[in-house]
Design a protein around this ligand. Sequence first.
Ligand SMILES: [Ca+2]
Ligand SMILES: [Ca+2]
Length: 256
Amino acid sequence: MQGNPLFCICIGGVAISLMDKLQSDRDTQISAACIVFFVIAFPVYFGIAASIGDLGVLPGPKGDYEATVSETNLTLGENELDLQDDEPQTISFDTDSIATDLEGSYIAYVRFTISWAETNEQGQGQDQCDEVSIEIDMNGVAHNVSNITTEQYDENGNCADGVEHVIEFEMIHNYSMINSTHNDVTESEAIAAYDDMGYGRGVYNITVEVDADAGQITPGGPSPGPLGNNDQGETVTVKVEFITIKVAVEMLESND
Ligand SMILES: [Ca+2]
Ligand SMILES: [Ca+2]
């Protein structure tokens, strides 16, 4: 009998025939071995596959995690602009230029620093600090704040020590979680609390304009009126930095 050995099992009286073939017939032995293998292997395979499919990803254990954050100050660029009075200039900073430095890090926030001093005013009156306007265009940047931000800085005094203004934008929503604890979460959820969602990357266009203010004197005697200083504009420095972070999380001992 060369048929399926199961056929023999179904016919009660011929069980002995199956045993004989198992002992003597090679085809029957191979068939029996294959049946045993698939009977064992199929449920195991489909059981594992179903478990993975249900989970999507392996979640890891839930618990309380402490996140340790290390911040790094990364300069995207710094530009010194020689600006004539009332003649704006636009400069661009592209994060592609520091893509390697950004790998494996999140951008917590971006910082713009605008600085200048009075350097070129001529005349007998006291120098007057120049007025500077800035427009930050983030249309080319993935972000969660406004596309255009403008500021105008009208300074008093003579800028003898220079002036500096800082504008910052968060790229990680509500970033203030340095070394914080995250309760009843998985390890990946604790890390995800610091995810910048890819924000901060792209091209920043920054327009700067100077409105030169000049001092004056009013001479005594028969002079016809006040004498104004001469001021052609100013040199303004724009610096763009990222405060980037790397995050390490560790389950607190109380969860062990
Ligand atoms: Ca001035
Ligand atoms: Ca000036």
